[in-house]
Design a protein around this ligand. Structure first.
Ligand code: UGA
Length: 432
């Protein structure tokens, strides 16, 4: 099928590359001229495992092209995906300016039936506005269908998630749209759920909000664990084996971050309020997440007594492993809190050092975890990158100033760390 994807950000690029890999002819569009010229030269703007090769392979086979003109893309495509950003406004509301702009430009470029698929994360009822916008700006009485097809890709495993989805959600209004979407996704072996458009839009916000709720719930449980001697990892395992609860998203730690959960939670609360409902539970989820960072800061303070002039090695800067994305990273928040207390910060991240240099000032950037830990009074594990799981703590013991580990993601076995001569502090690990 001929497909265009408008918006070559994270979602657009992964979707475009994966649809090309399935054998479609895909045109990725973006109004960022530099980004498009870089993509044409094979320079991928984000780090996502496997994406680089996927884009290069499909670009070489001419199944994936990059352009800046919506008009040109609309001319040649049967299906047009909207995958532009919906960043938060100051009040938490999703900024839909990009979506409106794209919808208008699609309408002005259409010369016949098109299927328009909304993929950006948007508040419920946005597709209705897209429909109205298309009808308003279409030059002739041209038919079109609109579909809501939210994405559930996780950064760091986006290509796997695209090719092995738990489900595909498609909100449709016509049989024709349903058939086209069925054909498009027929190569993926998973349930396809057809719903009405509003339900599909809501499934996305509700899913992300529920996952964030799970995390804040287990983080709250971690507090009780610390107060009683229970180990949150054992508690999570015992809870997670109940199929009704499920084992995923029950890892306690320094809290969730990223470009999705914090933003989507705000947008979901905002649209709920506009509709006249106060989604109180989500306010508690957000507050718990914010407090979790302060809780870890307090743990460091309790161990060091005075933070001023102490050297803290922060391992991991990204909001999760396997990405170079620093947006809303709890690691960065903790660094800023520690800096405000007068700590000297040394940092290392396997993939985000270049990005970090743009946003972190007054810290020492180190080439690896050992260099970061040299002379440190405390090592803070902030992101659970695979290479940190392999660290040699006997070696670290010899180079730190004080053997203190704060395991912000609960990845280590406390006994092994203690055996190596360190004081171990986890999140909810009970009588560490
Ligand atoms: C999230 C969703 O998981 C995707 O399904 C969705 O498509 C995406 O948002 C989106 O809306 O675009 P993502 O933000 O990439 O994906 O990352 P997650 O794996 O969900 O992790 C989010 C945050 O939660 C990370 O900071 C992670 O460290 C934290 N987390 C996750 C925990 O603290 N504990 C857990 O048990 C799981």
């Amino acid at each position: 099928m001929n497909i265009s994807i408008i918006g070559s950000g994270y979602v657009g690029l992964v979707t475009g590359a994966c649809l090309a890999e399935l054998g479609n002819k895909v045109t990725c569009v973006d109004n960022d001229v530099k980004k498009i010229s870089n993509l044409k030269e094979g320079l991928i703007p984000i780090y996502e495992p496997g994406l680089d090769e996927l884009i290069k392979r499909n670009a070489k086979n001419k199944r994936l092209t990059f352009i800046t003109s919506i008009k040109e893309a609309v001319k040649t495509s049967e299906i047009i995906f909207i995958a532009v950003g919906t960043p938060p406004l100051e009040n938490g509301e999703a900024d839909l300016t990009g979506i409106e702009n794209v919808a208008r430009n699609i309408a002005l470029s259409m010369d016949g039936y098109r299927l328009i698929v909304e993929k950006s994360t948007v508040p419920v009822a946005t597709c209705n506005w897209i429909k109205k916008t298309l009808s308003t700006y279409l030059k002739k009485n041209i038919k079109f269908d609109i579909v809501s097809n939210p994405e559930f890709l996780r950064e760091g495993s986006a290509i796997y998630d695209f090719t092995h989805p738990d489900r595909i959600v498609v909100g449709v209004e016509s049989i024709k749209a349903r058939q086209i979407m069925l054909k498009l996704y027929s190569y993926l072996n998973c349930p396809i759920i057809f719903t009405n458009i509003q339900s599909a839009e809501l499934i996305k916000h509700a899913s992300n909000a529920f996952l964030a709720t799970k995390i804040s719930f287990i983080n709250s449980v971690s507090r009780i664990c610390d107060l009683t001697g229970a180990d949150v990892k054992e508690v999570a395992q015992g809870m997670g084996l109940d199929n009704r609860i499920g084992k995923y998203f029950l890892h306690a730690g320094i809290g969730y971050g990223g470009s999705c959960f914090p933003k989507d939670l705000e947008a979901f609360m905002n649209i709920s309020e506009k509709l006249g409902y106060d989604f109180e539970i989500l306010k508690a989820v957000r507050e718990t997440n914010e407090k979790q960072k302060l809780y870890v800061l307090q743990k460091i303070k309790d161990a060091l007594w005075i933070i001023k002039d102490k050297t803290i090695a922060v391992l991991g800067l990204t909001f999760k492993p396997n990405t170079d994305d620093l947006r809303n990273s709890p690691s960065i928040d903790l660094i800023n809190l520690l800096k405000a207390e007068g700590a000297k910060i040394k940092v290392y991240d396997p993939k985000a050092m270049t990005n970090a240099k743009n946003i972190l000032k007054g810290v020492t950037f180190c080439q690896d975890a050992y260099k970061a830990s040299k002379g440190a009074d405390c090592i803070l594990l902030a992101t659970e990158w695979g290479e940190f799981k392999e660290l040699d703590f006997s070696k670290l013991k010899k180079i730190v100033r004080r053997p203190l580990l704060v395991d912000g993601r609960n990845i280590y076995n406390p006994k092994l760390i203690k055996d190596a001569g360190f004081t171990y502090i986890g999140v909810g690990r009970g009588n560490e």
